[in-house]
Ligand binder design. Sequence first.
Ligand code: F6P
Length: 552
Amino acid sequence: MTDRSSDLPAQPAPSLVARPQWQALRQHAQARAERTLQDLFAADPQRGERLVAEAAGLYLDYSKQRVGDDTLQLLLQLADACGLRARIDAMFAGARINATEDRAVLHVALRAPEGECIATGGDDVVPEVHAVLERMAAFAGQVRDGRWTGATGQRIRNVVSIGIGGSDLGPVMAYEALRHYSRRELAFRFVSNVDPTDFVEATRGLDPAETLFIVCSKTFTTQETLVNAHAARDWCLAALHHEAAVAKHFVAVSTNEAGVRDFGVDPANMFGFWDWVGGRYSMDSAIGLSTMIAIGPDHFREMLAGFHAMDVHFRSAPFERNLPVLMGLLGIWNNNFLGAATVAVLPYAQYLKRFPAYLQQLTMESNGKHVGLDGKRVEVQTGPIYWGEPGTNGQHSFYQLLHQGTRLVPCDFIGFCQPLNPPDAQHDLLMANLFAQGEALAFGKRAAQVRAEGTPEAFVPHRVFDGNRPSSTILADRLTPRSLGALVALYEHAVFVQGTIWNIDSFDQWGVELGKQLAKTTEAELAAAAPALAHDSSTNALIRRYRERRGR
Ligand code: F6P
C-alpha cells in the first residue's frame, strides 16, 4: 500500500444523496417512521441482549436506538458503498488521508506496541513513539519521586500545564478521569484561556520554587499558549530572579523545536511528537506528559493498551459487531434520517466530568465541515453538536427537555459497574439513575398510566412522557486507565466513520482561522491610540465603547 491519498479511489465519489444506499435509508426512514421503540421491544423480547456489542472491555447497548435489523443492514451497506474498509486500511497504512493538510493520520501509532510496524513515507514511526515514551517515563519518574528539583533545590509539588484545545482538553479530561490513580502529593493545574484570570487563579497560592510548567503546543505558535507561557516565565523569574531557573521549571511538548528554543526552553527538556498527530487526537502522545506525571508511567501504558485494544477491534472486527462502526452509523441515522441536531453525552461518573468538553473538540472540530473532500459543498448535515454533563447533575437541569421537549436528542449514557469510591450503595443509586433515564426516554409514560395514578384530567397532558427517544449505553466494569483509553478510541474512530460517510476531512480545522486573523487586527486597534476603524458598524461601535469604558 502506498502512502498517498491520491492513490485512494481516483474517481470522484458519487454524490452521497444520490447513492442508492442513501436513498434506501431515506425511504426506510419514511416507511418506518411510525415504528416506535415500544413496538420494537414488544416485537423482539431478546432485543436488549441482541442489539449489543462488546470489545476492549466496553459493552455497547444500542437496543434503545430507533433502528431495526433492516435499518442496520442498510447502514452497513452505506458504509460499504462509501468505502469505509478502504479508508480504515488507508489510515492504518499511513496514507495522507488528511488531504487538505497533506498529512498522514496516525494517532493509532501512538499506542502501537513496540515491535509493531506502522509506517508513513516509508518510515516506521513506532520506534520514535517508544523513544519519546521512554523519555517521558524517565522524566515523570524524576518528578514523582523528587529527583527533579527546582532551581533552589526544592522538590516539585505543583505541575501547571499550559496549552489550549487539543493541547489542554485531553490532559485536563484525563487528569480528572484518572484522578483516583494520581499522585496526591502533587497538585495539577491547567491554564488555557487567554483571559489573564485563568493564569492568575491557577497559580494563586503556589510557590514558584516548587512549580513545574509544562508548555504544550503542537505548533508552538498558538497565541493563547505563548501569552500564558510568557506570563508563567515572568511569574517564575520574579520570584527566582535568575534566567537559569527556566531550565528547571519549564519543559515543553511540541513538534516545533525552533519555537521551543526561541521561548527559552532547552530542547533537552522538550518532548516531541509529529505532524501526523492531530491536536485533538494527541492526549496519548507527549501532550499527555502531565497525565503520566499524575498517574505514573505504568498506568499511562495501561491507558495506551486500552486505546490499542480498541484500535485492533476497529481495524479487524466485522462491521456488524464493530463498536466504533456501529456508533458512527447510528449517529448518521439519528443525524441525517431522524433529524437530530445534537448528541448529549451523559457520563454517570463524576471523574468523567470533563469528558463532554473533551468530546466537543474531538467531534465538532473534526466533523464540523461544510465542504467535502471533493471540494464541493456537502448536501447533508454533517457533525452534530455534542454537549453534556455528568449524571445525575444533568437530570436536575436539562433532562426536562430530553424527556418532554419538542426536539429529539439522542443520548450516550456512560457508566461503570464497580465504584471507585465508597459507599457501594451510593454507586448503586447512581447507576439506578442511569438505567432509569434510558428506560424513561425509550418507553415514556402513557396517559392511561398517568390517569390511573389519580392525576386530575387537566394535568394529564403535562405528565405524559411520549418515550421513543433514542439512547445508547456504554458500560465498563471499572473506570481505569485502560477503560478510559478504550472509551476515547471508541469515539475517535466513530468520528472517523462518520467523516468517511460524509466524505469530509475529519482531521483539518480551517474553520478556526478567520477568527484568529481578525483578532490580530483588532488587538492592534485596541492597543493603538485611536486608528480609524474599518469594520462593520456593529463591530466598530463595540470597539469604540470598549475603548471608552475600559477605564485606562
Ligand atoms: O485553534 C484550533 C487548534 O489548532 C486546535 O486544533 C489545536 O488543538 C489547538 O488549536 C492548539 O494548537 P497547538 O497545540 O498548536 O497550540
